[in-house]
Design a protein around this ligand. Structure first.
Ligand code: HEC
Length: 458
């Protein structure tokens, strides 16, 4: 018989409409009564009595629903208290009219008060089921801002085209997907399935049936398996009448679980494919990489370069520009640039960090006009010929960390038309006095404050 109470609770949405209608009618009768006359005096008490009974049933069923359906006290308290106030107030009016049916000014005020409480109860109840912004959501945005209403809308996941590797897989990619698709029902106030998906902690705790992530095994993780069930399946998430996540979002959740479901790895650390990532790149009006009419390089050519040791791939699915890195090719030296001749116009992202390239490479790089991000960290470069990079008319980010670069050589790049930022951590320049250039300079000259423990002698 355990099901009876929750079942009764589920009648709450049905009951609540009755006291609203009946009590509204009772108040209407009071206002329609002529002063001193008692034309509705038989009807008014019985109307209040019926209203009170249904208000009572609504309050009881509402309380049961709160107990059995995973609502938190915070989210229901105003509605619940106002509901019981409605019951008490209308009961009081019933007894008072039964004793004396006269319509007085005070009674009109009292009954208007009841109406107000009734409306507020209904409004806060509606907010619980439909969300705080249910009414305002449909207003034109101009009117919303005029009324000072800010509707919190989590945006779909967007990743930047540059530096996406450094983004935390969970915090930067998975959590935003959950915020956009799941947390309206799985949050601390609305714990559907006894599960909070608004934080890593809640996610790891899982739901009413325990853990929902089985690290390394997506098929066995409810966080993923519930999403790929057929829509008609009762267990399908999100429930079929709600907006569904994009295929790429589901794929990314899968990739995160399969790569270990760790909270601290970055997108770059994981083996998630660039073609999946690129589906989240913002469709910018001013794209980060240059627009080109170049033809795509054949996959044959790309494979050959990979065999030589380059990491090489298109910067996005439908973009002919390339990302090239020597991360697995530390023996790269200046003469190996020849290998890249056939694709040099296509290179938009070049990372030669830690290779054997020398200063002379700058002149060779200067011939590639589409290079936008250039990483030369750890090379022996002092930069007397840095002005060769003026020919790279799309260069935006330049990384020269741990090189021998100085402020004097950096000044050769001053006035570069597109260069936005140069990174010179751990270089002579980072110890020199800052100079204002046309680009931003990141010197990373932050000194750690001395701690008391630094001076302890062991
Ligand atoms: C419209 C509300 C709603 C949305 C949106 C929603 N869920 Fe649910 N979810 C529920 C309800 C209700 C339950 C409990 C009933 C059940 O288990 O089917 C539930 C249960 C679950 C469970 C089972 C928990 C357990 O311990 O068994 C998982 C996993 C889950 N949801 C994942 C998700 C994910 C992931 C998303 C977003 C992609 C999502 N849900 C979006 C309403 C929702």
């Amino acid at each position: 018989m355990d099901f009876l109470l929750p079942l009764f609770g589920r009648f709450h949405p049905l009951f609540v409409h009755l006291p609203i209608g009946i009590l509204f009618f009772a108040v209407l009768l009071i206002f329609l009564s002529k002063k001193g006359k008692t034309n509705f005096s038989n009807v008014i008490p019985i109307t209040f009595l019926t209203g009170t009974v249904f208000a009572f049933l609504s309050a009881i069923s509402g309380f049961l629903q709160y107990q059995h359906e995973g609502y938190t006290w915070d989210s229901v308290q105003i509605h619940l208290i106002l509901g019981w106030c409605t019951v008490a107030f209308s009961a009081w009016l019933y007894f008072s009219f039964r004793r004396n049916p006269d319509i007085t000014k005070n009674r009109k005020i009292h009954s208007s008060g009841l109406l107000l409480i009734l409306i507020l109860t209904g409004h806060f109840g509606g907010n619980i089921t439909h969300g705080d912004d249910y009414l305002f959501e449909v207003l034109p945005s101009g009117l919303q801002s005029f009324l000072g209403i800010e509707i919190e809308q989590s945006k779909p996941l967007e990743l930047p085209t540059e530096n996406w590797e450094e983004i935390a897989f969970f915090d930067g990619a998975i959590q935003p997907i959950l915020n956009h698709n799941c947390t309206s029902c799985h949050n601390p106030k609305n714990l559907k399935g006894d599960m909070d998906l608004t934080s890593a902690k809640g996610l790891l705790e899982g739901g009413e049936n325990g853990k929902i992530v089985n690290q390394g095994n997506a098929e066995n993780s409810k966080l993923f398996s519930r999403l790929i069930l057929p829509k008609e399946d009762e267990e399908h998430m999100p429930p079929k009448e709600k907006r569904q996540p994009r295929k790429a979002e589901i794929e990314l959740i899968k990739a995160w679980i399969e790569s270990g479901g760790s909270m601290d790895q970055t997108l770059g650390d994981s083996k998630v494919s660039t073609s999946l990532i690129s589906q989240f790149f913002a469709k910018e009006e001013f794209p980060f990489y240059p627009k080109t009419t170049l033809k795509s390089i054949s996959s044959d050519t790309l494979s050959k370069l990979r065999e030589k040791g380059f990491f090489i791939e298109n910067i996005a699915l439908d973009n002919p520009l390339l990302r090239v890195s020597c991360i697995n090719f530390p023996a790269f030296e200046d003469k190996d640039w020849e290998l890249l001749n056939s694709v040099s116009d296509h290179i938009a992202y070049l990372d030669l960090s830690g290779s054997k390239a020398t200063q002379a490479i700058l002149e060779l790089i200067g011939t590639s006009s589409n290079i936008t991000v250039l990483k030369l960290n750890g090379l022996e470069i002092s930069g007397e010929n840095l002005s060769s990079l003026k020919n790279c008319t799309n260069l935006k980010l330049l990384y020269l960390n741990s090189t021998a670069i100085s402020m004097e050589s950096l000044s050769l790049l001053n006035g570069h038309p597109t260069l936005e930022k140069v990174y010179v951590f751990k270089t002579p320049a980072s110890n020199q006095e800052k100079v204002r250039f046309s680009f931003e300079l990141e010197t990373g000259d932050y000194l750690l404050p001395k701690l008391a423990t630094d001076t302890i002698v062991y």
